[in-house]
Ligand binder design. Sequence first.
Ligand SMILES: *Cc1c(COP(=O)(O)O)cnc(C)c1O
Length: 353
Amino acid sequence: MSEILVDLSSDTVTQPSLGMRQAIASAVVGDEQRHLDPTVSELERRGAAAVGQNEAIFLPSATMANHIALKLLGRPGDEVIAEENSHLLIAESGGPAVHAGLITRGLPGRAGQFTPQQVRAAVHSGSSVHRPVTRIVAVENTHNSAGGRIWQLDDIAAVAQTARELGLSLHLDGSRLFNAAVATGLLAADFGRYFDTVTLCLSKGLGCPLGALLACSAELAPRARRLKHLFGGAMRQAGIVAAAGIYAFDHNISRLADDHTRARRLAQGLDSAGFPVDLPGVETNFVQLDVGVLGLTSHEALARLESKGIGLSATVHPNVLRAVTHLDVTDDNIELAIELIPSALRRRAPSLR
Ligand SMILES: *Cc1c(COP(=O)(O)O)cnc(C)c1O
């Protein structure tokens, strides 16, 4: 295997920076199960305020945050509506069914979004004894499998209004909510306040080694903390990790704009080289590349890229790869990728010429 020079496979590949490691090393810690870890408590306060909720609960992963949220908002046999390629439905091992006993209903999306009309048409109200009762609408912002696409605030407001009219609860998988906030110039709280529960992931663009927050109202928080225990997510001197989160809140949010600039630069560079990138679709830190147009499968393209030292990854869409920028990617890395990606993929099979 050749050495990877530029790893654009995911924004989860970041190494904790020196500053973050120093924050970890000097963290004041205690037993968080007994609410005695001041660093965890501080991160929870910061997280709740950032997304416009009363409380936040520190968790090992965003996956766990999503499932605690669904269990808070629904009962077994209830239905959750989400975009059909949302992380919740395609990348969490059937968790909604396993942990909360929910039926999942995937709505076809455009750029990861669905409309109030789609919600209205999909909802089962409970008037028929045959139907599962729809309880939850889940939104993902930014939307991972759509290519880091942003749900604009107006669209969220419209879906939220319809959901409330229909008596539904609202969950936001905001694993990359700060990307949406930075790209739109809004606050994460502007988005977060529409929802009952909000997941934030610390190990994506924020650059922490692990961790997530689930934010919610003061009414929901005690049950959420109980579920944290039930899921095995209650920890001990977790301030060691939470310190990385506080460091990220202080240093790694506004700089997400650099990741977005670099993704755009990469997309423009590849586009100029005649490569099939979805240029208008580059709204945050993802670039989608359709290698099918080049006569390649994802598998073939990834192998060729890897041999040149470039790490990309496959998506749910056949023959569409993604390049994801993050805080360990420099401007020079992007220029190198613009040079190496075309040279890796240009050689087509003779029969395709
Ligand atoms: C990565 C991701 C998650 C899960 O995050 P983990 O912390 O790895 O469990 C959930 N939702 C979305 C949209 C994600 O991108």
